[in-house]
Ligand binder design. Sequence first.
Ligand SMILES: [Cu+2]
Length: 497
Amino acid sequence: MAHLPPVARPPELLNMDKLAPFVDPLPRPPVAQRAGQRVVLPIREFMSQVHRDVPATRFWGYGNSVPGPTIEARSGEEIMVEWRNQLPARHFLPIDHNLMGAEKGVPEVRTVVHVHGAKVPPASDGYPEDWYVPGTSKTYRYPNRQDAAMLWYHDHAMGINRLNICAGMLGLYIIRDSFDDGLNLPRGEFEIPLVLTDRMIRPDGQLYYPVSQFANAPWLPEFFGDAVLVNGKLLPYLEVQPRKYRIRLLNGSNGRFYFLTLSNGQTFHHIGSDQGLLASPVEEQRLTISPGERFDLVLDFSDHAGEQIVLNDQTVRIMQFRVAKGKVEDESSLPPKLREVPRMPESAAIRTRRLTLEEVDYLTGEPAVHLLDGKRWHEPVSEKPVLDTTEIWELMNLTDDTHPIHLHLVRFQILDRRPLNTGVYLYQKQIVYTGSAVPPEPHEAGWKDTIRATPGACTRIIVNFSGYKGRYVWHCHILEHEDNEMMRPYDVVARPG
Ligand SMILES: [Cu+2]
């Protein structure tokens, strides 16, 4: 079992049960302004109200909103983004100086931006050690040579990533292409981004980040807040017409998984995964989304005129859809066939890597660390796939938790998950499967960049390492794990000879 450090008693927090529900309209993040191919985004401190009855909250984010302005780009059209660090000199969330890259003496406030899901040259990928301090800026190049998909940008600074993202440093990045346009899916005002982030909020509106009882080692292995922000608001409502909507959903939370249903039992038409459209829509009544994942959905309210429908996470209310009465013309489509997703055959792989996900508990009572392949961040690079080759990565999860694993640069497909005897593997390094391989769920059968590696199982993914040579990272997207060693560099290398 996980060895958890003792948690310091949190201060009084906002009582979510006493908060008036559905009094704030759902905000839509603004679209980032462009001057030609260029975007400039300041990273700064600002105040924003999360609820009508709660005093304004201090955030650190992009532009003036959480989520930040949405960057819109066309597939194949290169853009440049200048990310300006205009943050204050002191951090307002608890830094743990024992974590890799956050040692004493390293500047407290630093940032570097990664566009999650983007295929970019290494110098623009936001390598965690490429952070920079307030008063400086970096301009990154995004070639956008990839299919239409909803990506997202966020902080990736070494050792404080969980704090920076918790403070508000995230936003959406949407790539569009003519194929997607041609499907006539709901668009414009009928396309709604939904960004879910859970937070702990004090009655005075300010963010709280939990700490251990050790003043010199405040890191905790997980963060779950009971205040779930949707596009930066608590319990918002959205007025909709009785017609189809396209919902672009991101789980931008540090560690929370959501289990989403609609109060009227209505189905979600799942049309796309992290890296773009599925082959055909998948009907679901319950969605499970892990940190970092994106779901592209169509919701059809045409049979629900006049209804008030609540989006729930298990038993917790998240937001409300208010469907107008009457009938409207809906010229949009939900095609039965979307985009072809050619299955990558296992025979395409030139090598298979077996990589463990492990949790190490210290007998001394120190907090656990999570490791990839038993290695820490600073150990020599061990994964060096050759450019334009295909590999199978076997993610052997020997822990009791699901870890959402994300690889930078690439898109991949999941082959299967197979339960195994973790004890035998840990102590004898032998694989004893305890069941047969389970194929991906239908909504996972498209292109992915973040995959749930389930506990006590081997999750196999197949990856073509195309795009660029150079150094990237792969990591768990539970940010508390990522900040404490559950991240490794990997190199895409030239073909030998
Ligand atoms: Cu993890």
